[in-house]
Design a binder for this molecule. Sequence first.
Ligand SMILES: NC(=O)C1=CN([C@@H]2O[C@H](COP(=O)(O)OP(=O)(O)OC[C@H]3O[C@@H](n4cnc5c(N)ncnc54)[C@H](OP(=O)(O)O)[C@@H]3O)[C@@H](O)[C@H]2O)C=CC1
Ligand SMILES: CC(C)=CCC[C@@H](C)[C@H]1CC=C2C3=C(CC[C@@]21C)[C@@]1(C)CC[C@H](O)C(C)(C)[C@@H]1CC3
Length: 352
Amino acid sequence: MAPQGSQAELEFGGPLGAAALLLLLPATMFHLLLVARSGPARLLGPPPYLPELEELWRPWALLLCLTWLGLQAALYLLPARKVAEGQELKDKSRLRYPINGNPIYDFFLGRELNPRICSFDFKYFCELRPGLIGWVLINLALLMQEAELRGSPSLAMWLVNGFQLLYVGDALWHEEAVLTTMDIIHDGFGFMLAFGDLAWVPFTYSLQAQFLLYHPEPLGLPLASVICLINAVGYYIFRGANSQKNTFRKNPSDPRVADLETISTATGRRLLVSGWWGMVRHPNYLGDLIMALAWSLPCGVSHLLPYFYLLYFTALLVHREARDEQQCLQKYGLAWHAYCQRVPYRIVPYIY
Ligand SMILES: NC(=O)C1=CN([C@@H]2O[C@H](COP(=O)(O)OP(=O)(O)OC[C@H]3O[C@@H](n4cnc5c(N)ncnc54)[C@H](OP(=O)(O)O)[C@@H]3O)[C@@H](O)[C@H]2O)C=CC1
Ligand SMILES: CC(C)=CCC[C@@H](C)[C@H]1CC=C2C3=C(CC[C@@]21C)[C@@]1(C)CC[C@H](O)C(C)(C)[C@@H]1CC3
């Protein structure tokens, strides 16, 4: 988390940006859900209707959410699990004093870096399990609803379910890699991650399946094969890049990465300058974006709504890349400049 106090560099547009996002994120999520089930499914138009307040309050829905979190928390606490050591955190041994923190900014980004009760780590717990598995369950429910409605799920629905199941399965399989993300090391546990993990991910990441339930899209085998190929290329780049960096960070002399070219930094850590990380400075983002495209294509091109994820995700990754760049510049100084000269493109080769 950025140091607190007057010299702290504020991110996300500071308190004003944080206040805007506090309102915009829930509003966008409701808008998308209302629009997805309307006939015209117009992303940019007003919502077709606004539900009454009573419609938004169902005691059993709250009970369901709490049961879901409780179940995930119980599984998380199971004693039969591997204990992994995390990265050294940015706040190391420094004491922090709550002087003049901006309440809106702090509420959005969170003051506490890794809030825990005993061994229960709230941020780590929320980052993966309830939201990501919830997303797959919502997708599955929509697939079954389509089967009830139309006799069988459409090919487009199968593709969207399959691609996103692969993505979530991959995240859970490589669970330990989450410990090196900026969310765990750098960001506090505030509204952004709590809302992002528990509401935004399951409800907006399942938008394509929601759209398909109300707007069936006929899809032939040839086009479906091309879309599968696009997803496979994206996944290959995403997994290849993430695994290469994780292997290198764990053990630079691992035979799978030992031959790659690197540059030294003053911290003693080295930076990869060949392999995936010699192509662009964020090859994993490129793979993720290609997959995002493959998740939207089964929904056809008649509506913008199924492409919302691709648009939002592009903005999120461009912003995230800029934040990471800033942090790496602070960490590695001149060595980072040398890396940028050697690998000039950030995400898309020869374009960006
Ligand atoms: N679906 C979704 O909503 C989202 C998905 N993601 C995905 O999460 C994954 C993780 O992304 P993220 O946490 O942003 O960060 P990255 O996995 O890209 O990690 C960035 C860090 O990697 C290290 N690094 C950078 N360049 C090099 C290099 N050349 N050699 C060795 N190490 C290097 C640096 O840390 P250090 O040197 O300290 O190791 C840097 O801070 C990505 O695949 C991304 O696409 C991310 C956000 C949202
Ligand atoms: C502005 C806004 C909507 C903020 C919320 C952002 C969060 C939804 C994302 C921030 C980083 C994330 C990651 C994943 C999911 C989305 C959030 C929480 C992730 C768990 C998805 C699966 C990947 O394999 C991953 C584990 C690498 C990834 C980590 C980052």
